[in-house]
Every structure is written in structure tokens, then in C-alpha cells.
Design a protein around this ligand. Structure first.
Ligand code: FES
Ligand code: FE2
Length: 350
């Protein structure tokens, strides 16, 4: 008998580094209200340029610091009664008192800016960062183009999205690709998982041998190198909004061919293809159940290895008493016209 859970997934919010924005979208003096990790948050940049992430509610009487609050120098000012807080969350001024309230504290989260991204460390018990976010040299290389970005809200936990990477069979059926990536290796070492695959790309001049190498640094930050036709690098970031929903951000750069117009055409075409794939994946992710003990084919990808790697990021442990974790509602499915559908190589057509 199948035991169906009333929950969407057995997973709590994982710990790790997560993208909460792009560096150039937060100017000094700006405050942004955000919702991640099941919390209301404020991201702000002080007048010296340092970005900080704090919980949103003022400990005095609960005003949201992101709606009407202000940045003064290196302090955050509450809109309700003007109390000030430093980046580490301590009360630094009560404008109508000569004293401060030492117990008044807003939670703060470690923030790093790297590769043009603003990253925050989340851990449910407030543990300090356990690994680093690497520099990705291509995002600081004049031989590579300016970045192209995309972002998506997905009604599923990050693990369902990340599992897509080891699921080689779905490319044929969801994305209608003629050639599917072939896994060469999948190795996990602590928080880092590295996957290498090769893929043939059909081109008007014949088949080109390519590769896709994806390195994940915890649940929130992956770097994917695509080679073969043109070198493209993607930073793929999943950030939990809460246990059952996440925001996915993509940042791409392409090796320049020395012609700005050609670069942008090639870059856009590549990004359009990935964008199409996410729109194809999304209705599957949004509507799928999580099955802890799936019925796999012998030729399926390394799901077990992937799930073992992913399990280390849940500080509270994973609940495993049900066989099925279905979504609480249904989401629309949109048919996307693809070249293979048009040209008769649709795997479902015959
Ligand atoms: S609620 Fe923030 S200063 Fe009073
Ligand atoms: Fe996919």
C-alpha cells in the first residue's frame, strides 16, 4: 500500500550558499525586501558599498525594515521609530533615548559577492559557512562576453530541480533533443559534486562532439561548462523561498568570437535553448511528486549517488515515513513548439 504524505516533500530547507541577487542590481543606500529560507529578509548596501542580509522585522515593535526603512552611513534605520542597526544586527541608536537596547538584535546572515552574484549563507542553526564559493574565471575574462541572465520561480524543492542534471533520459522526452548527454563520471567529494558528460550536437555541417561538465558547490551554486560548438559557462543557482518552492537564477557568458554582433546572436540562441528547456521542465517539476524509493531502469542516471550527496545538506534530517509526497495543487502545462516536433523526430509521435 502506498503511504501518501500530506507534505510536498520530505526535505527541510538545506544549508549552503545561495544567490540572493546580482551585484549590479543593489546600489549603495538601497534596501530590498526579500523572502528566502522561509523568512522575511532585507538585503541592503551601505554607503561604503558593503552588502548585508538581515531578518526583516525590527525587534522594537516589529516594523519591516525593507518598507520605508533607510540606510545611513553603515547603519540600517527602521521606518517606525528611527532605531538604527549595524550590519551584524546590533542596535546602535535610539534617537529619542541616550541609551541603546543591547538585547534588541536583528538576525544577520553571512554575505559574499563573487562572480557578479550576491550570495548569502543560510544554516537553520546559524552555523558559520562550511565551504567557499569559487571564483569562476570566465566571468572576469575579457575573452568572454557580458553576462546574459534569466530567473524562474519553481513550485518544487531545489532537490527536484537539481536531480534533473543526472536524469539523462528526460532530455529525449521532455526536451526532444535528438542526442542525449552521455554520463562519463559523477563524483561527490564533501559538499562538491562533479559530473562530466559528453554530448553530440547536430549542426548543419554534421555532428559535433561536445561536453557538459557540471560542478555543484552545495545545493545553491553550480557551474556548468558547455563545450563543442561554442564555449559557454553557466552559473546555475537555486535559492529556497521556502521548503517547497525555489527561485532559480542563471548567469551565462560565452567565449567571444571577436565580433560583438555574432557573439550576441550565438549567446542569445544558446540562452534561448536553455530557457526553452526550463519552460519544458517547469510543469514536470511543479506537478511531480517526490518518491523516496523510485522504480528505476538499469540504464537510468546516478540518482542514488546524487541523492546521497544531497542528503548531507539537511541539518534537521529528512522525514522518510511516506512513499509519495505529492504537490498540494496542480499547475498548468504549456506545449512548446520545438524543432524536433516540427521536423518529425518527436519521440512520442511514432
Ligand atoms: S519598530 Fe522599529 S524602531 Fe520601533
Ligand atoms: Fe531538463
Amino acid at each position: 500500500m502506498t503511504v501518501t504524505s500530506s507534505k510536498r516533500s520530505p526535505f527541510p530547507i538545506p544549508f549552503g550558499w545561495f544567490q540572493i541577487g546580482w551585484q549590479d542590481e543593489l546600489k549603495p543606500g538601497e534596501i530590498q525586501p526579500l523572502e528566502y529560507f522561509g523568512k522575511h529578509l532585507v538585503l541592503w548596501r551601505d554607503d561604503k558599498g558593503v552588502a548585508s542580509l538581515n531578518s526583516a522585522f525590527c525587534p522594537h515593535l516589529g516594523a519591516h525594515l525593507g518598507f520605508g526603512g533607510a540606510v545611513t552611513g553603515e547603519e540600517l534605520v527602521c521606518p517606525f521609530h528611527g532605531w538604527r542597526f549595524t550590519a551584524d544586527g546590533k542596535n546602535s541608536l535610539i534617537p529619542y533615548s541616550t541609551r541603546i537596547n543591547k538585547k534588541a538584535c536583528v538576525e544577520s546572515f553571512p554575505v559574499e559577492e563573487r562572480n557578479g552574484l550576491i550570495m548569502a549563507w543560510y544554516h537553520p542553526d546559524g552555523e558559520e559557512p562550511m565551504w567557499d564559493i569559487p571564483e569562476v574565471p570566465e566571468f572576469n575574462d575579457p575573452d568572454f562576453t557580458d553576462v546574459i541572465t534569466r530567473d524562474y520561480e519553481i513550485e518544487a524543492p531545489w532537490q527536484d530541480l537539481a536531480e534533473n542534471g543526472v536524469d539523462s533520459a528526460h532530455f529525449r522526452y521532455v526536451h526532444h533533443t535528438e542526442e542525449v548527454p552521455e554520463l562519463v563520471s559523477y563524483d561527490a567529494d564533501g559538499p562538491v559534486a562533479r559530473m562530466k558528460s559528453i554530448q553530440k550536437f547536430p549542426t548543419p555541417r554534421g555532428i559535433v562532439d561536445g561536453y557538459i561538465n557540471a560542478d555543484s558547490y552545495g545545493p545553491g551554486f553550480s557551474v556548468v561548462h558547455f563545450g563543442g560548438i561554442v564555449d559557454t559557462v553557466l552559473m546555475g543557482c537555486n535559492t529556497p523561498v521556502d521548503e517547497n518552492r525555489c527561485e532559480m537564477r542563471f548567469t551565462f557568458t560565452v567565449r567571444s568570437m571577436g565580433d560583438a554582433e555574432l557573439d550576441s546572436t550565438v549567446g542569445e540562441a544558446f540562452v534561448d535553448e536553455i530557457h526553452k528547456q526550463v519552460r519544458e521542465d517547469a510543469p514536470i517539476w511543479n506537478n511531480k511528486a517526490y518518491i523516496p524509493r523510485p522504480a528505476l531502469a538499469d540504464t537510468d542516471g546516478p540518482f542514488t549517488k546524487f541523492r546521497k550527496w544531497a542528503a548531507q545538506f539537511y541539518a534537521e534530517g529528512v522525514e522518510t515515513d511516506a512513499d509519495l509526497y505529492p504537490p498540494s495543487q496542480q499547475y498548468p502545462y504549456e506545449v512548446i513548439e520545438t524543432a524536433s516536433r516540427k521536423h518529425g523526430s518527436d519521440p512520442f509521435a511514432d
